[in-house]
Design a protein around this ligand. Sequence first.
Ligand code: UDP
Ligand code: MG
Length: 314
Amino acid sequence: MKQFKVSIVVPAYNEEKNLVPLSEALLPLLKQYDDYEIIFVNDGSTDLTLEKCRELHKKDKKIQFISFSRNFGHQVALKAGLDFATGDCVISMDADMQHPPRLIPQMVELWQKGNDVVYTIRQDSENQSFIKKLCSRCYYFVFRFFSGLKLPSGTADFRLLDRKVVRVVQNLSEKTLFLRGMIFWLGFKQKALLYTPNKRWAGNSHYTIRKMLALAFAGAVSFSVKPLRIATYLGLITAFLGCLFTAYVLYMKLWNGAVISGWASIMSVLLILGGVQLFIMGIIGEYIGLIFIETKKRPLYIVEEKSFDNKEPF
Ligand code: UDP
Ligand code: MG
């Protein structure tokens, strides 16, 4: 069998208590492979995550780290890890042990059998709140509707990528990232694996409602122009209903001599129309915002410190 290297990429934001247990769980599993590396991406943590990364790297040179100048977000941290990873296959996972490390040998085995992407699907478990489960379900439904991609509900950012897929992802230059959708969109030979998430080891979830909404918007508007088309249809439907109503008013006046009276009817039409217009403007605004962000051509992330010398991303 050809020798190969396994890379593990772990975004970490305020995970000081999780990095050591995670390394202890990963290292025994990784020792069976010819070569391996763990890359922690410190996403502008405000606790001792960076110090923990430095300590772990000092003890074991197979553990590497990249540290951002500030918090750039989970998706960006994942992308940075993929940019710097050198393995023949690269596995991304969370730092909080919710993605069970014991699945790694199975993922590598599936990769050796010729799969280019081994992604995982989260099974519902009592370790997640009801609200989070419900939001997740709705979200995947909306995403599938907008993007036309059959992304299964619960697809996680716990996945293995073959080197050739990593190279493609490295070259994706877009700034609005929704990696699980983007990788699904890439094609190649993909295989799904089911898993039940563990309870978070230490600390709390960093996915606030605001961050979840940002990810949801990124997924909804960055894959297609379907929302714009829906806005067009909405405008057409509203105009059509307006015409019907006008015809009705004229009919009442000409045939029955009646004038529909009322402040209430004017107000409701005004509010509905105003709402529809603002909604459509909001959708257009989202797309203009995306164009604005892309045209600025700012770097996706800024690395302040890293454990390896002279190594530029890919
Ligand atoms: N994370 C990150 N940057 C952020 C938020 C989260 O790198 O701004 C990391 C976090 O350290 C963890 C992973 O992304 O390794 C998933 O985050 P979390 O466990 O908080 O989310 P949840 O599992 O609750 O969806
Ligand atoms: Mg988590």
